[in-house]
Write a protein that binds this ligand. Structure first.
Ligand SMILES: Cc1cc2nc3c(=O)[nH]c(=O)nc-3n(C[C@H](O)[C@H](O)[C@H](O)COP(=O)(O)OP(=O)(O)OC[C@H]3O[C@@H](n4cnc5c(N)ncnc54)[C@H](O)[C@@H]3O)c2cc1C
Length: 342
């Protein structure tokens, strides 16, 4: 960020982090499971799935599709992908070994991931903010970006900011990391280019919390379903167990959890925890994954766009940063740094 004009003042800034709401840790980041996974579910070996493992809790993967051979193949393939991404501690378990670790778990086979962990995402945001501020960055909350234009002769971007004190910033670099707002902000800048349009797709994930004690001491994930990780159990740092997220396609943002979805939750959870008591699940919260379409087709991964894709020096667009974006946040930042002109 170069210079910023507020009224008659001319201030020099290094980096301005503009967020629409009251704090740094809102939107998806506040809705996440806070799970730091050693393997993402990104289907390709991209930088964002090649994240180093963190220390912490365990994760057990299981599948129950009636096909033991298919299951073993899937687990072996999953472990190979983890290994290719630098995660070398995943162990294949048969049903007996899995039951010895988690007596209430019902499965045919499992993968044990000792290096999956739970973190406090809000504390992580504050820590990153502190580090950024020590290096000259500034966070401006309640500062919704209403539009970005670029002067093609000079390459300078003008970032229009609304809120109580509307202003315009001029800069040679823009990192568009606006989550659900990223496609809308980028669209006018990309309109003149020839690359396929990137459009947002909202995929809601609902959670139900468990009344009573968690049945497992580890996080337990079923094999992923289309569009999501499968209804798994997460246990937060306070010990509260919840199940989710499911996959609910929506056309407009809403965060209401429909209690009638509980029937599907009981069925999904009982496939790996038959002991789930009746009337023990209550609607909890929902999050929305910012999926994307590229040229009309659902895009299965993060999309980090730089000059080589859109031809505009200094502009980085982060599209489709859904799960495991929290796990991958430092790797994404490194990639952005690598792509920015220095
Ligand atoms: C239900 C759910 C569970 C998840 N669980 C996990 C998990 O366990 N582990 C994991 O690794 N990942 C998980 N994720 C993914 C992870 O939460 C996200 O990838 C990550 O939080 C994305 O961070 P972000 O900063 O890109 O986006 P966001 O957290 O969505 O932040 C976007 C920011 O942009 C701001 N903004 C938007 N528009 C504008 C505008 N016009 N002007 C100014 N500011 C704007 C918003 O105010 C917000 O601050 C989960 C996601 C969901 C939805």
């Amino acid at each position: 960020m170069g210079r910023t004009m507020t009224g008659k003042q001319l201030i020099t800034l290094y980096v301005a982090v503009l967020v629409a709401f009251a704090g740094p840790s809102v939107a998806q980041t506040a809705q996440s499971d806070d799970v730091v996974r050693p393997v993402g579910r990104a289907p390709t070996q991209t930088v964002v799935s090649a994240v180093a493992p963190e220390e912490g809790e365990d994760e057990t993967e299981r599948r129950e599709d009636g096909s033991d051979a298919g299951l073993q193949d899937w687990l072996v393939e999953f472990r190979s992908r983890a290994l290719a991404n630098g995660v070398d501690d995943m162990q294949l378990l048969n049903a007996g070994e899995a039951a010895a670790m988690e007596p209430q778990l019902h499965c045919l086979a499992a993968l044990h991931s000792p290096s999956t962990g739970i973190i406090d995402s809000h504390a992580l945001m504050l820590s990153l903010l502190g580090e950024g501020e020590r290096h000259g960055a500034m966070l401006a909350t309640r500062s919704p970006v209403t539009g970005i234009t670029r002067d093609s002769a000079s390459g300078i971007f003008t970032v229009n900011v609304g809120g109580e004190t509307a202003m315009s910033l001029t800069t040679l670099r823009v990192i568009n990391a606006a989550g659900h707002g990223a496609c809308t902000l980028a669209a006018p800048l990309l309109a003149a280019g020839s690359q396929p349009a990137v459009t947002p797709v909202l995929s809601k994930g609902n959670y139900f919390r468990l009344s009573g004690k968690a049945p497992f001491s580890r996080l337990v994930y079923p094999v992923p379903e289309a569009g999501g990780l499968g209804v798994h159990i997460t246990i937060d740092l306070g010990g509260q167990a919840r199940f989710g997220p499911d996959v609910e396609p929506i056309s407009e943002e809403n965060y209401i959890v429909d209690p009638s979805r509980s029937a599907d939750f009981y069925a999904a959870v009982r496939s790996y925890w038959p002991g789930l008591p009746d009337d023990s699940l209550a609607p909890d919260y929902a999050g929305i994954r910012p999926k994307i379409r590229v040229g009309g087709a659902l895009y299965p991964d993060f999309l980090i766009q730089s000059q080589s894709e859109h031809g505009l020096p200094g502009l980085i667009n982060l599209f489709g940063i859904e799960s495991p974006g929290l796990t991958a946040c430092l790797a994404i930042a490194s990639e952005v740094n690598r792509l920015l002109p220095h």
